[in-house]
Design a protein around this ligand. Structure first.
Ligand SMILES: Cc1cc2nc3c(=O)[nH]c(=O)nc-3n(C[C@H](O)[C@H](O)[C@H](O)COP(=O)(O)O)c2cc1C
Length: 330
């Protein structure tokens, strides 16, 4: 089955839409599926879109990886069922960004909604090379990267994703965002934590609001948008044009629409997601963490999660889903 066929057949039973509307290039009021390394593959993005996300991002993709090998291109290529995607790049060398932007734009054509530059990743393996949130300390280089991407992919909106700052207490986001705007960034996403906080502590939406005040380009709020209500609150409290949902999508593609799923709809969504992994050629092991997320809160959830941990094939995961369904008496 193709991913489109999977959606037509299985999405409605999960209260998800099989029809994915085209991105209208307008950020205002939109809820977006955030980039998540190791998570936001084509199947995950399709689930988010069918749940109502206006746009979904790729995982962060290394410019050096795209330059030197073939493997990273797997992260860039959308499934044929995806109308378009946002591609996020990371690196530190403007020349490599220019080349990646050019090649990604040529490869995806109209299906590339925007190119985003990761200036937020806190992982030492990344920052040690001057990539991700390390760029927050070098606005000159970061601006050069934005310009290089614009040159490489003329006509494609180039956006940046930043944090409040790199080090605890040292907020650079408003000033840094102004520099990115001056370099031609089309929008800026702000995760309201310092990089050194990783994912700990609370995200400060006030930091997002300060960036909104500092720039004229649209701002996308990120951080602790863990429910549909939180998304609505983030929009109104920060004044941001749009919000990004990351961890709030775990087992919850309805976070975008605000639909409250029944347990049976959650199982149907897990089944749809497993079939999408299969249809998009992803590694089925990804369904192990998905099972934990979709079955959370159900009676005997720990048992079903454990059962999924030893599954390998789609049929094995679907057999666990059938058991959960039977245990619910439906
Ligand atoms: C597993 C995981 C992977 C992530 N990978 C990326 C990434 O590749 N690029 C990026 O810009 N942010 C990444 N993030 C950060 C999220 O996009 C988001 O900004 C952050 O999680 C805060 O939002 P939340 O509180 O809604 O989860 C990742 C977050 C998680 C939890």
């Amino acid at each position: 089955m193709t991913a489109s066929e999977v959606l037509s057949e299985l999405a409605p039973a999960a209260a998800l839409s099989p029809d994915l509307p085209a991105w209208d290039r307008e950020l205002s009021g939109k809820l977006l599926m955030a980039p998540m390394a190791g998570v936001s593959d084509a199947a995950y993005r399709l689930m988010a879109r069918s749940g109502g996300a206006a746009l979904a991002y790729s995982e962060m993709v290394s410019c050096a990886g795209l330059h030197y090998g073939e493997k990273s291109w797997e992260l860039v290529d959308p499934d044929p069922a995806e109308p378009e995607i946002a591609v996020q790049l990371f690196g530190s060398k403007p020349e490599l960004f220019r080349e990646s932007a050019e090649r990604v734009a040529a490869r995806l054509g109209d299906r590339l909604a925007l190119l985003d530059i990761n200036m937020a990743c806190p992982v030492p393996k990344v920052t040690r090379k001057g990539e991700g949130s390390a760029l927050l300390e070098d606005p000159g280089l970061a601006a050069g990267i934005v310009r290089a991407c614009r040159e490489g992919a003329p006509g494609v909106p180039v956006t940046v994703k930043i944090r409040r700052g790199r080090y605890m207490g040292q907020e650079v986001a408003p000033e840094f965002a102004r520099a990115m705007e001056a370099a031609g960034a089309a929008a800026v996403a702000v995760h309201g934590r310092f990089a050194t906080q990783m994912y700990h502590g609370e995200a400060d939406w006030g930091a997002v609001a300060r960036v909104v005040d500092a720039v004229d380009i649209p701002v996308i709020a990120s951080g602790d948008v863990l429910s549909h209500d939180a998304a609505r609150r983030a929009l109104s409290e920060t004044g941001a044009a749009a919000v990004m949902v990351a961890r709030g999508t775990y087992g919850n593609p309805w976070v975008f629409s605000g639909h409250v799923p029944t347990p049976v709809e959650k199982i149907a969504a897990f089944e749809c997601h497993v079939r999408l992994l299969e249809a998009t050629g992803a590694h089925l092991k990804r369904a192990r963490s998905l099972a934990g997320w979709y079955f959370k809160g159900m009676p005997d959830a720990a048992r079903w999660r454990n059962a999924a941990m030893s599954c390998v094939t789609a049929e094995e995961f679907l057999a666990v889903a059938a058991e959960v369904r039977a245990a619910l008496g439906s």
